[in-house]
Design a protein around this ligand. Structure first.
Ligand code: KG4
Ligand code: ZN
Length: 338
């Protein structure tokens, strides 16, 4: 089954072609990072408008790169939630229109669930039961998959998502947006024991909480420049030295990574999975990959380009059995849960 995937849930306009859920034929991602960087985060109205401009060329390029035309496409899959309302609307309406015009089956895909399917692409198939850690800018979940579409949510974040914490800590330290890759880079030059930061305790040991460590980084930074909690955070970037920034990044990253791997290890001991997956934007983090593989043995990671948002994972999810939906009945669902 050859599926065209479409993804517009946040700030990347993406289209891809995947055969049978696993063979990648093309993956096009038009990132708006440069546009949003000047605001320090995603501006929803700008994101939606940028999707409108990019969606048609991106879909055309995905078909062109795959050297396919519409006759070769067996179905269209689109992320219809969760995400930003205006952004989701553009991809969903494009998919609905194309499915109607080209008379193709249409599949609505849960974006967070799809992140796991990046691990099926061009790789050895994960074996069930699969334990998955999904760590992105908007989500942090531990999921036990018994089969495709048959899963149990073991834990999730109670406040900030893992990627969101990387982004916020980067902002405190004055490191460039998006924060995850900046922290990853700065941490390599820092001392991960320079600052003592707390690990949150949660009632369900498989839940996550990152807002405490984020605030602890803010307090540590205020103290490091010789001030107190009244110092506005926007004054920190110019007062922190490069070494202090690198040390804060390394210390935060160590605690964040240890927390993620601690929980993954606890879940693995409880559920004895046949395969373990780490996916989502934060799965691009080098220290997380090294630490998880060191402590858990074989862990499957999607290719780097498919950790962050892309449409290949959307097409892959639809390749493993979803019921088609009538185009007029597919609506966006910004708060769709797993
Ligand atoms: O999956 P994704 O592209 O978007 C969402 O669905 O949210 O994830 C984006 C998140 C951002 O918070 C970004 O800072 C983080 O992934 N990220 C990283 C790295 N690369 C991206 N976090 C840590 N280390 C990285 N190398
Ligand atoms: Zn995502």
């Amino acid at each position: 089954m050859t599926i065209l995937g479409i993804e517009t849930s946040c700030d990347e306009t993406a289209a891809a072609v995947v055969v049978d859920g696993q063979q990648l034929r093309s993956s096009v991602v038009a990132s708006q990072i440069a546009t949003h960087a000047q605001y320090g985060g995603v501006v929803p109205e700008i994101a939606a408008r940028s999707h409108i401009e990019a969606i048609v060329p991106v879909i055309k390029q995905a078909l062109g790169d795959a050297k396919l035309d519409w006759a070769d496409i067996d179905g269209i899959a689109v992320a219809n939630g969760p995400g930003l309302n205006g952004s989701l609307l553009i991809g969903t309406l494009a998919a609905r229109t194309l499915a109607t015009l080209r008379n193709k089956p249409l599949y609505g895909v849960n974006h967070v669930e799809a992140h796991m399917y990046a691990a099926w692409i061009d790789a050895a198939s994960p074996k069930f039961p699969v334990l998955a850690l999904i760590v992105s800018g908007g989500h942090t979940q531990l999921v036990l998959l018994r089969d495709h579409g048959d899963y149990q949510l073991l834990g999730q974040t109670l406040d900030d998502a893992a990627g969101e914490a990387f982004d916020k800590v980067a902002k405190i330290c004055g490191l460039p947006y998006p924060g995850g890759p900046s922290i990853d880079k700065a941490a390599k030059l820092g001392d991960s024991r320079a600052f003592a930061l707390p690990k949150a305790k949660t009632a369900n040991p498989l839940d996550f909480s990152f807002s405490g460590v984020k605030t602890a980084v803010l307090r540590a930074a205020q103290l490091a420049v010789g001030d107190d909690h009244k110092l506005p955070s926007y004054e920190l970037p110019e007062r922190l030295t490069e070494q202090q920034k690198n040390d804060l990044a390394a210390s935060f990253q160590r605690v964040a990574v240890e927390t993620l791997v601690d929980k993954l290890e606890t879940a693995a001991q409880a559920h004895s999975p046949a395969s373990i997956i780490i996916c989502g934007g934060v799965a691009a983090n080098q220290t997380l990959r090294a630490e998880a593989s060191r402590r858990l043995g074989e862990v499957i990671y999607p290719p780097f380009a498919l950790c962050t948002d892309n449409a290949a994972m959307i097409a892959a999810r639809a390749g493993f059995g979803l019921e088609p939906i009538e185009p007029a009945k597919l609506h966006v669902s910004p708060t769709l849960s797993m």
